[in-house]
Structures are given as structure tokens and as C-alpha cells.
Design a protein around this ligand. Structure first.
Ligand code: PLP
Length: 388
């Protein structure tokens, strides 16, 4: 099998090339002329996810994730909601990892219960606690490869095994790891989900999602999406397709720079705690080392001095942009309490350990020395303030 670097460039590309075009052309048309198709969903239409731009991306993403099938969606949340609604019915019960991305937490705690679907949260790192949370109507188990924002790595191989043994559909959000660092389907996960807004596209200029996995389940998620909407526009398909080609190179830099920065932060006296699975001190390090080819570009940390120090530090940093979201070429910093996890109540955040002064850092691909120097100067400025 070719390496993922090669698949990023060549998998899913149309054969023969369309009029010889080396890059996948944009088919900027919503509908296509009727060509005698037998079934209504064989008609090509952007919302049906079956135009040439959607099909090329689907093939590439399935090759990258080593799954039978894939589809692209209009956002990461469109992928997650379509996938969950494809596997859960009213009366069903979902097991989910505690500490999920805020949007997913909102979906499973606010929307699913309104549809008669219940959820229980479990510690994804403690397999011996899962059986007690099972109910006769449990249908699925949902986890994140690296959780947002505390960078926890569950016992992911055990999740897939447990789901298989109990007839549950296993779903995993692979946004933080990407198929370059981790391919969950090879462990037996049934559905692999992404916010392609992040690393897959990598340029912070579109919103998109991916559902990859078993062909029957991807087909069901696609059918849901046809009713719910949430399709990806052809021009955004083109941009995502283009962004994907450099994913391996970008991830290599994200992996290297984040590890360097995490080690620097951990050693700094003004930093109380660093969450990064690449650190030998992380409780998730052993599992992450065994499962992943790299630890990714996401770090979170808590400065000494609480909220005031966190806000001052963000002001002193010159290179990173203070903005939500992640996975782009530029370094971004944010406080999850007021962005990605603002939808949770303060009690919910406190229970999960998402403190107000927690800073989440999406390490970009700028020169690693420049990034490090910027953190050095920002922390030095904070030190001067603290002394004064
Ligand atoms: N999954 C994770 C891990 C995320 O961090 C996000 C967004 O921040 C999403 C899913 C949702 O993605 P989108 O904003 O593309 O809908």
C-alpha cells in the first residue's frame, strides 16, 4: 500500500484526468442535466453529495482513513450529527467520553435527549468502568482521539473492542490526530469523524466535515444528510481537496513544534500545568505513543496567577492570533471557557476540569524558533509584571 504522503496526492484523483486537468477542477453547478437515472438519489445534486468534487474527496478520504467509504459535509458538526442520527433512534442510549468538544457535548446533552435518546458519560481511559454504564438499549460508543481541550487519550483500542463485543457502533472524532497520526478504523472503529475545518483543510478558510467508515453506516449518514442539509459547496470541496495535499508535511511540523513548545512550557516556572500527550509526564503518554505516529499540534496549559495572568499572557504574545478554532497554518490561542466550551454551564466546566484560566494553543507551522522566542518574551513580560 502506498504511504499516506503519496495517497494525499494521488488517491481519489479522477482517472482519466478530466480534460487532462492536473488539479481537480471545480464543478460550480448545483444541479446536473437529467441523464435517464432510475432512482431519485442517483441524480447529481450538491446536497446529495454525489457531484464530481464530492466523489473525488470521498475516495481520497476513504483511502486516507483506510475505510470502505467516506463523505464530506458542510461542517464538523454536520458530520457528527448526521453520524449520530444515523445510528441512534428514539429510545436508544449512547455511551460517550466525558470532556468532549463543547459543540458535541451540546448536541448529545441538549438535542439528543429532545429526540428521546439518552447519554451517559464514561472515563474513556478506564475500561473497567464501562460495563456498569451499559444498558439494554445502548447502541453506540462515542469518543475523541485526543479530547478537546484537555488532550486526554482514552483506551482507544479497548473502546473499539468493547463496542464490538457488545454490539455497539463505535464512533471517533479524529480531528486532533488526523489520519497522518492515527487511523482509528485499523483498530476496528466503525465511523471516523472530522471537523475538516481544522487540520484536513489546514488554512483556516472554510468549514467542512467528514464521515468515514463502514460503507453501510456511511450510506445511512449520507441519507440523513440528504434530509438535514449540511452539504459542502463545490468551491469549498475544491479548497479542502487542495489543502489535503500538504497534510503530511503540515502535520510533521505541527508535531515537532508542539512537542518543543510543550516541553518549554512544562519547564517554565510561570506555567502550572501542561496538557500534551507527547510529554513523558502526561498520564496519556504511554497510550498515545503506542497508538499515534505523532502527538499533534494541540496543547493546553494553565499559567500560574489564574485568569488575570492568562489574559495578560495572551496580550503579550505577538505571533499567535487570539481566536477560536484550530488546525491552521497560523498559531492560534484561546481560552476554551469563553470560546469552544462557552456553551457549557460553569458547573459543567468545573466538573470536567476546564478552568477559566486554561489556555488552548493550536501550534501553527511558523518557524519553530520564532514561536519559542515569542513565548519566551511573553512569559518574561509576565514575570516582570508579577515582580512589579
Ligand atoms: N470536533 C472537534 C474536536 C472540534 O474541535 C470541533 C470544532 O472546534 C468540531 C468537531 C466541530 O467542527 P465544525 O466547527 O467544523 O463544525
Amino acid at each position: 500500500m502506498p504511504s499516506i504522503d503519496t495517497k494525499l496526492i494521488h488517491a481519489g484523483e479522477p482517472k482519466p484526468r478530466i480534460r487532462g486537468a492536473v488539479a481537480m477542477p471545480i464543478f460550480q453547478t448545483a444541479m446536473y442535466e437529467y441523464g435517464g437515472e432510475g432512482a431519485p438519489d442517483e441524480l447529481m445534486y450538491v446536497r446529495y453529495n454525489n457531484t464530481p468534487n464530492h466523489a473525488a474527496l470521498a475516495h481520497k478520504l476513504a483511502a486516507l482513513e483506510e475505510t470502505e467509504a467516506a463523505l464530506v459535509t458542510g461542517s464538523g458538526m454536520a458530520a457528527i450529527s448526521a453520524a449520530l442520527l444515523a445510528v441512534l433512534r428514539p429510545g436508544d442510549h449512547l455511551l460517550a467520553q466525558h470532556g468532549l468538544y463543547g459543540g458535541t457535548f451540546g448536541l448529545v446533552t441538549r438535542e439528543l435527549p429532545a429526540l428521546g435518546i439518552e447519554v451517559s458519560f464514561v472515563d474513556a481511559a478506564a475500561p473497567d468502568t464501562w460495563a456498569a454504564a451499559l444498558r439494554p438499549n445502548t447502541r453506540a460508543f462515542y469518543v475523541e482521539a485526543i479530547s478537546n481541550p484537555l488532550m486526554e487519550v482514552g483506551a482507544l483500542d479497548a473502546v473499539a473492542g468493547f463496542a464490538g463485543a457488545h454490539g455497539l457502533v463505535s464512533l471517533i472524532d479524529n480531528t486532533f490526530t488526523t489520519p497522518v497520526n492515527f487511523r482509528p478504523a485499523t483498530l476496528g472503529f466503525d465511523l471516523v469523524l472530522h471537523s475538516a475545518t481544522k487540520y484536513l483543510n489546514g488554512h483556516s478558510d472554510l468549514v467542512a466535515g467528514v464521515v468515514a467508515g463502514r460503507a453501510d453506516l456511511v450510506e445511512r449518514a449520507g441519507a440523513k444528510l440528504r434530509h438535514l442539509g449540511g452539504a459542502l459547496d463545490p468551491h469549498a470541496c475544491f479548497l479542502l481537496h487542495r489543502g489535503l495535499k500538504t497534510l503530511a508535511l503540515r502535520m510533521q511540523r505541527h508535531n515537532e513544534s508542539a512537542l518543543r513548545l510543550a516541553r518549554f512550557l512544562e519547564a517554565h516556572p510561570l506555567i502550572e500545568r501542561v496538557h500534551y500527550p507527547g510529554l513523558a509526564s502526561s498520564p496519556h503518554h504511554e497510550r498515545a505513543s503506542r497508538l499515534f505516529a505523532g502527538f499533534g499540534g494541540m496543547i493546553s496549559f494553565e499559567p500560574a496567577g489564574g485568569l488575570a495572568a492568562a489574559d495578560r499572557l495572551l496580550q503579550h504574545l505577538r505571533l499567535p492570533v487570539v481566536a477560536p478554532s484550530l488546525g491552521g497554518v497560523e498559531t492560534l490561542v484561546t481560552r476554551p471557557a469563553i470560546t469552544s466550551h462557552a456553551g457549557l454551564t460553569p458547573e459543567e466546566r468545573a466538573r470536567l476540569g476546564i478552568h477559566d484560566h486554561l489556555i488552548r494553543l493550536s501550534v501553527g507551522i511558523e518557524g519553530p524558533d520564532d514561536l519559542l522566542a515569542d513565548f519566551e518574551q511573553a512569559l518574561a513580560a509576565l514575570e516582570v509584571e508579577a515582580a512589579g
